[in-house]
Design a protein around this ligand. Sequence first.
Ligand SMILES: NC(=O)c1ccc[n+]([C@@H]2O[C@H](COP(=O)([O-])OP(=O)(O)OC[C@H]3O[C@@H](n4cnc5c(N)ncnc54)[C@H](O)[C@@H]3O)[C@@H](O)[C@H]2O)c1
Length: 264
Amino acid sequence: MDRSNGSGRLPGRVALITGGAQGIGRAIAALFQREGACVFILDCDSKAGSHTAAELTARNSSLPVRFIAADLGKPAEIQNAVRAMQQFHDHVDILVNNAGIELDKTLNTLTFADWDLVMNVNLRGAFLLAKELLPFFPPSGASIVNISSVHASHAFPDSIPYACSKAAMVALTRNLALDLASRHIRVNCICPGYIDTRLWEHYLQSSANPAQVAQQTAALHPVGRRGVPNDVAEAAVFLASDSSAFITGTDLVVDGGLTVRAHP
Ligand SMILES: NC(=O)c1ccc[n+]([C@@H]2O[C@H](COP(=O)([O-])OP(=O)(O)OC[C@H]3O[C@@H](n4cnc5c(N)ncnc54)[C@H](O)[C@@H]3O)[C@@H](O)[C@H]2O)c1
């Protein structure tokens, strides 16, 4: 995938980032733009998505960031989003399946609809988007980066459908990697630990003692802090770029050592 027009680690690459309006997705969009990519943000939050796209475009108008509104839980909206992208480019080099939602519920309170919602957004949306984009990945190669979680491998309280969707994301990654290798499409995923974003803030504020939980979760990480969105964005640039040309089907844990510890 050597298309070396432009500068940075992603020169001239066309990238679609889901959930790019805020949090980890926004940090990925910002870093990809800085590394020379032409970025599209797909998000269901039109206000935040338009705002982020305008802000990033103002930073570097020669690489405008474009916003596409779509709900990944709705297959027709995914198809429309791909059509909207085609108005600007006839190909996509990088897909980052980052959008995700979590519901903090126990088995007792979880409903059928809750299960479907989380699975459809976190997992089915990623699968459908990769499938819809398949004709637009160039023959020279492409990269798909999926955002999973440490929940894929370790159990945390009140996280059943979320954890299942994230474990399945790792399996999706491995199987797509095998399926798409002959087309020079690499597929990898990232498993972040606790990262300070809106999703994390929501979890924190729903706890009985947010200040204590904030301190405890920082201490859980051997490096002594929670992650910031840019920690994940740097890993995404690596997996999306030619620096990782021989890496496919892997899951890269970005968790400050959270999951290597035997006892907290
Ligand atoms: N924050 C963490 O601690 C953490 C840890 C591990 C993994 N992750 C994963 O990283 C990803 C990003 O998380 P975040 O913390 O930045 O979350 P966030 O809530 O800050 O941002 C998520 C973005 O996804 C968008 N989104 C949600 N549902 C959507 C839908 N149906 N269609 C389109 N867009 C949708 C939201 O509007 C938002 O812009 C998620 O997949 C999450 O599971 C986060």
